[in-house]
Unconditional design. Structure first.
Lengths: 609, 335, 360
């Protein structure tokens, strides 16, 4: 460790140089931010000593001269912010740089208007109002035209909104109107619309749209757009990205003074460091190098080694490890076998092996996210099968399917072959690995002959995408926030397009109707699931929509297209050492992600020690 | 001189052969940059739906339609001949830039490691030989053998545990302290050294033993030779005998292997830099393999090959110079 | 990246000639010759080597691992009678009951002497079950290096001329190709699961160094008078290589076999640890156990769990320690000076080979 005196001198030099580079951009805040940043750098190179959180000086305007230090998954030298370019997209910083239309409180189950102040979803049109005081970081006003440009470009990237929209136009400076193709389910449209960000200034992206409107081949234009790395994004959130102040080690996002809510933010901004592995992020939190982290899997035992200053915030996630069957497989295409596998295994134990605190088992597997099951099924939840471990029931089902148990306890078919298959899983994902191992162990005990095969995530997706697998331990829903809504999670079960744009990668039959026992126990019903999904998307009546959800959830529950063996909680972290925020248990924290959302509400403040 | 030209020609041919071989190998690897990128985004960018990610990735990567292998090969080799390594698919910047900013770091750690391996290995080996049979000799031999049986990455994990996490003496990862700007400052240099200690130590600790045992064996053999006895009879000082005769003749046979260690270290750097998140050339090579970033894979592979070719060449040439017994023409027997 | 055996020439020159000097001149029956060959080439040296403590310890360790492999093979086998014999249970999640048996520390119960991992698997069992594949891999890698090197080296050295220069050039190129990067690319490309394939793959270029040494040896032995004599007597090339040349090369072959085996362990475990070699379950390889401990159990950050990382690491170090001791011990066999003095404290070529191969 170098003594602090030499550091001070060094800081002076850097500050002065940076000040020269930055004046004219943001003025005083940038200067403050700059010196603050270098102070931080002083003692901290992973030694776990104090990182200067507490020693922020109070400035004239009441701000504290301190940066919020956090992590980021992307290489800071490489990260870029063009939302149409998927590579090295600035990930978590999105939430700080752009304004989201609205936020969903998972605890209350309701939307909090933000950049969009009002919206109205009608039979034929959707209209919404944009907050009128937002400005882009280069001084231009945010207008409805910016929104329209973004949505229209999105059409060429198959954006979800175009499942419903026919056209979009700006009515006036702050009002946008979307014309719908058909009547639409209000909730679904809300999820698609309100999870968008205001991130496409017309004076930056408009030229691409103009080129398409001028008759250029959209593929060429979008190719150009998708390969453009934007290191100097024009943003509208309360923070902006500063390429000059970012280093090889961290990205820097200083607070933006022109933002209408700038007064709510009393710290300099964010510094985001990349770490090489989960283990390194863990130790940065333990050592107090980070003031918080967006999301990270931390097992409960490991959490106990964290200092008291670090608060964990658990927010229900949309998915977790599941067993995916290849429905073209001779054995796993049989419903009895799938049900038997559900009954033969103890999902609670699998969740405990993965991590008892941050994993939970759905009350009834039904294609709805674990947190939302009760909201949508209500009292009818008792009708649904819970698949608690019951090996007798599993044995009966297998016998119904024509299998019998031989002398060794193995289940064999009529020609004496065991039920053998390979379960592939993403090898780097430790919580998935534990779930896969547990389920495989239990099924092998029960008389199956299963082998595990870990695959690199990219290879795994390639194999799954080509339907080249028997069983997979893979996420049973997508992680995007709209997959909290049953329409998306059910669609994920019945009409999956996650890995292949044209077919379900696990070959769930889409052309046939599915026959399942009726929910009231009287005979059977036939459901055309694809048709019913379309009905759900266009059903504008809420009660009707809920009935469809219950029906489809019932089909999932009976037919088991996949086994959703566990759901994860997003684990978000904040440090109360130098920071103030609401009680971690409170409902205000149930909004993804507290780290970036709270400052926008004036609920995350640096304390003035 | 003729031999010299032959060796250089062989070196160039080796580079050509390696370039061709790796080109074919890399193109036949399963998985494509697009799939890796999509998988990566699905992990890091949870706000996008899978369907949209697929379209975006296609638009980004799908600009260059698949060339037939032989055409791609011709293009690559022509570019290579002009010193153009191509552009990274993942980083969208010239491969040469990536190599330029990572190679110095690897070279830095490697030189530090090599220096210490040499000092410890040769020094301890010589002392062990002089005190053959003593407790020091036996003890050091056992330690040397034991440490040689520890893989360098196991040493790395143990050191992370003890020195970085438990005692907090050294940083866990990175190349230099945060907040310090790279430049010719003492602060930067000491910071960089501080960060290089664990990666280098992982290598030194597990490698010096082999050199020490080799040095010990060589020295004992040299000590038994007649000319040493003659020198002693001639009344030459011990110091002079030690340096002039024993040291030199014992080190000589190890010279080639010492330089060839360079090649091995590049290999080890892949695993070590990954463990320490040390952004050297090994780190980017691993990264490019994971992302199927073909140009970066090719580039890093070639740079490592060229380094090894040069190291072997230097070894051969200097070996002839250092050891008067070896005629330059017989240099290729020095392996 | 590949083994180099500089200085090896001098140490074998005249080194082992004494054993074989008499053999070439006599006509003996085949079986007698083989018996004698066995006696001279294996029995005597083995007796001699056993006097060295390193050889003893090395062999004990190696046989210990072979025994572990045997136990695992018998326990896991579905072969006739063996199907019913299970000495150690195959490790699986929660094998001792529920959740409360997860993360049990070592030396607490004979059921799980080395403790259990974070999903309740027996760590000792997993180490044992990983042994057979590890040994297969190790053996396959060693055999591959030795066989390819011997064939290339002897043919190049004996035939000379164009064959020699082609083979030598190829060896030179292979020696220069960066070893581990190539292995990683190949491992990703082939995605091997079979230990008999993984082993050779992990040391794919290692034969080149040994081949060059062997070639140099063959060149010098060729000039020896007894080989010259055999040739003038019209004995076939194959016989000469087999009878006169091969025995002289045994020291190199032995040492390189051991050293490339050790390299298989190092590279193999490393690539499993990093997840480059695909694996199925916990007990597939010690490297997989390390990876699980490192990522899933956070064994580095939770001190009480560090044993989950240390145990497989000890297994790796133990095996390679055994192999190195063994190779160090063999120098008694091959080094005349050591044998003369009989003190066992002097080493030459064994160590040199050790030196040159350790670094690679």
């Amino acid at each position: 460790m170098v003594d602090s005196q030499s550091h001070k001198k060094y800081d002076d030099v850097v500050s002065r140089r940076k000040f020269v580079a930055l004046t004219g951009v943001t003025g005083a805040a940038a200067l403050a931010g700059c010196t603050g940043g270098d102070d931080e750098g002083n003692g901290d190179d992973g030694n776990g000593d104090d990182d200067g959180n507490g020693n922020g000086a109070i400035e004239a305007d009441g701000d504290v001269d301190v940066w919020f230090e956090t992590g980021n998954w992307d290489d800071p030298t490489n990260v870029q912010f063009n939302p149409f370019n998927p590579a090295a997209l600035g990930g978590q910083l999105d939430e700080a740089l752009w304004e989201e239309y609205a936020k969903y409180n998972l605890e209350h189950g309701e939307w909090i208007p933000y950049a969009v102040t009002e919206w109205d979803i009608g039979e034929e049109t959707v209209t919404f109002e944009i907050r009128d005081d937002l400005v882009w970081s280069d001084g231009e006003d945010v207008t409805a035209e910016d929104i329209v440009v973004g949505m229209r470009l999105d059409e060429y990237q198959d954006g979800e909104i175009w499942d419903f929209a026919e056209s979009v136009e700006a009515v006036d400076d702050t009002t946008v109107e979307i014309t719908l193709e058909d009547t639409a389910n209000q909730e679904v449209v809300e999820w698609v619309l309100l999870t968008r960000n205001v991130n496409t200034p017309e004076h930056v992206f408009g030229e691409y749209l103009d080129r398409i409107d001028d008759g250029e081949d959209p593929e060429d234009v979008m190719g150009d757009l998708a390969t453009w790395d934007d290191r100097e994004p024009v943003t509208c959130g309360p923070f902006y990205f500063s390429d000059e102040e970012s280093t090889n080690q961290h990205m820097t996002a200083p607070a933006m003074d022109d933002h209408p809510d700038a007064d709510e933010i009393n710290f300099n901004g964010y510094h985001m460091y990349e770490r090489g592995s989960n283990e390194a992020y863990h130790s940065s939190l333990i050592d107090g190098e980070f003031d918080g982290l967006l999301s990270l899997f931390v097992s409960s035992e490991l959490l106990q080694t964290f200092p008291d200053t670090v608060d964990e915030i658990q927010i229900p996630g949309t998915f977790g490890a599941g067993i995916i069957f290849n429905h073209d497989h001779d054995i796993f295409s049989e419903r009895e076998v799938r049900q038997a596998m559900a009954f033969a295994t103890d999902w609670e134990l699998a969740a405990q092996n993965a991590d008892p605190e941050s994993k939970q088992v759905p009350a009834v597997p039904c294609g709805i996210t674990t947190a939302a099951i009760e909201d949508y099924l209500g009292d009818d939840i008792d009708d649904y099968e819970s698949y608690d471990q019951d090996q007798d029931r599993a044995a009966e089902l297998l016998e119904d399917a024509g299998f019998e148990q031989d002398d060794n306890g193995d289940w064999v078919d009529s020609s004496g072959d065991t039920i053998s298959a390979t379960i592939v899983y993403p090898s780097g994902w430790s919580d998935f690995v534990a779930a896969a191992e547990t389920v495989a162990s239990q099924l092998n005990e029960f008389g199956f002959d299963l082998e595990l095969e870990g695959q690199e995530r990219g290879t795994l997706e390639e194999n799954l995408g080509n339907s080249d697998f028997e069983l997979a331990n893979f996420e049973w829903n997508e992680g995007a926030i709209q997959f909290n809504h049953p329409y998306y999670s059910l669609r994920h079960n019945f009409r999956n397009r996650q890995l292949d744009p044209d077919t379900s990668f696990f070959n769930y039959p889409e052309s046939d109707t599915i026959e399942v026992p009726a929910r009231d126990g009287d005979g059977t019903i036939e459901v055309d699931v694809v048709q019913r999904l379309n009905d759900l998307a266009s059903e504008s009546d809420e009660d009707e929509a809920n009935e469809i959800i219950k029906e489809l959830a019932w089909v999932v529950n009976q037919d088991m297209p996949m086994l959703p063996i566990q759901s994860k909680f997003e684990q978000s972290f904040l440090s109360n050492d130098g920071w103030e925020y609401p009680d971690p248990e409170s409902d205000d924290m149930q909004i993804l992600f507290p780290l970036y959302w709270l400052p926008k509400q004036g609920q995350l403040k640096a304390t003035e020690e | 001189m003729n031999w010299f030209i032959k060796r250089i020609g062989q070196g160039l041919f080796t580079i050509f052969a390696v370039a061709s071989l790796t080109f074919v190998l890399i193109r036949t690897m399963p998985g494509s940059p697009a799939q890796q990128l999509a998988a990566d985004i699905r992990q890091n960018q949870p706000s996008l739906s899978a369907r949209q990610i697929n379209v975006m990735v296609e638009q980004r990567i799908g600009v260059d339609p698949d060339q037939p292998m032989h055409e791609a090969y011709m293009n690559y080799m022509l570019n290579l001949a002009q010193g153009n390594l191509g552009e990274s698919v993942n980083y969208q910047e010239p491969v040469a830039d990536i190599i330029l900013r990572s190679l110095p770091w690897t070279a830095f750690v490697m030189s530090v490691s090599l220096l210490f391996v040499f000092i410890f290995g040769i020094g301890l080996g010589a002392i062990m030989a002089y005190r053959e049979g003593s407790k020091f000799d036996v003890g050091s031999s056992i330690i040397a053998i034991f440490l040689s049986s520890v893989p360098y990455y196991v040493a790395a994990v143990v050191m992370i545990y003890v020195l970085a996490l438990e005692l907090s003496l050294f940083p866990l990862s990175g190349r230099y302290p945060r907040g310090v700007e790279p430049g010719f400052t003492l602060e930067f240099f000491t910071g960089a050294l501080h960060h290089a200690v664990l990666p280098a130590a992982s290598f030194i600790v597990t490698t010096w033993g082999g050199f020490a045992l080799g040095m010990r064996g060589n020295s004992i053999q040299v000590l038994g030779n007649d000319y040493i006895r003659v020198a002693k009879l001639r009344g030459l000082s011990d110091r002079r005998i030690a340096l002039r005769y024993v040291g030199r003749n014992a080190i000589l046979p190890m010279w080639t292997s010492f330089l060839i260690t360079v090649g091995f270290m590049f290999g080890a750097s892949i695993i070590l830099e990954e463990i320490f998140t040390y952004r050297g050339i090994g780190y980017y090579m691993f990264d490019s393999i994971e992302n199927r970033d073909y140009p970066v894979m090719m580039g890093t592979f070639l740079v490592i090959t060229v380094s090894v070719v040069i190291a072997v060449l230097v070894a051969d040439i200097t070996y002839g110079k250092l050891d008067p017994r070896v005629e330059s023409g017989g240099g290729d027997e020095s392996y | 990246m590949s083994p180099t055996d500089d200085g090896s020439e001098k140490s074998t020159d005249g080194g082992t000639g004494d054993i074989f000097d008499f053999e070439a001149t006599e006509e003996i029956s085949t079986s007698q010759r083989y018996r004698e060959f066995f006696h001279e080439a294996f029995y005597l040296p083995a007796r001699e080597a056993w006097r060295d403590w390193r050889m003893k310890v090395g062999l004990v360790l190696i046989f210990g691992y072979l025994f572990m492999g045997l136990v695992a093979w018998i326990s896991g086998s579905n072969f006739g009678v063996l199907a019913d014999v299970t000495i150690i249970e195959s490790p699986r999640s929660n094998q001792f009951g529920g959740f409360e048996f997860n993360n049990e520390g070592p030396f607490q119960s004979w059921d799980y002497p080395l403790g259990t991992d974070s999903t309740g698997r027996d760590i000792f069992g997993a180490i044992v079950y990983a042994t057979p594949d590890m040994l297969k891999m190790t053996f396959a890698g060693g055999v591959y290096v030795v066989v390819v090197a011997t064939v290339v080296g002897t043919v190049a050295g004996y035939k000379g001329g164009r064959v020699d220069s082609v083979l030598t050039t190829i060896s030179d190129i292979v020696m220069t190709v960066p070893g581990l990067p190539l292995v990683i690319v190949l491992a990703t490309m082939i995605d091997p699961r079979n230990p008999w394939i993984i082993g050779p793959l992990l040391v794919i270029g290692w034969w080149a160094g040994l081949a060059r040494t062997i070639r140099a040896q063959v060149l010098s032995i060729r000039e020896e008078s007894y080989v010259e004599a055999s040739r003038t007597m019209g004995i076939s090339t194959r016989r000469i290589i087999q009878k006169d040349i091969m025995p002289n090369l045994m020291p190199y072959i032995m040492v390189n076999f051991v050293m490339s085996s050790r390299q298989v362990i190092f590279n193999g475990v490393g690539l499993y640890f990093l997840g480059i070699l695909a694996h199925g379950s916990y007990s597939d390889n010690w490297g997989v156990m390390m990876q699980f401990a490192y990522t899933h159990a956070s064994a580095l950050l939770i001190p009480e769990r560090s044993y989950q990382l240390l145990m497989p690491m000890a297994a790796i170090v133990g095996l390679s320690f055994g192999l190195i001791l063994f190779s160090q011990g063999t120098d008694r066999l091959f080094n005349p000076r050591v044998r003369q003095r009989g003190t066992g404290s002097t080493e030459q070529d064994g160590e040199e080979d050790e030196m040159t191969t350790t670094i690679t």
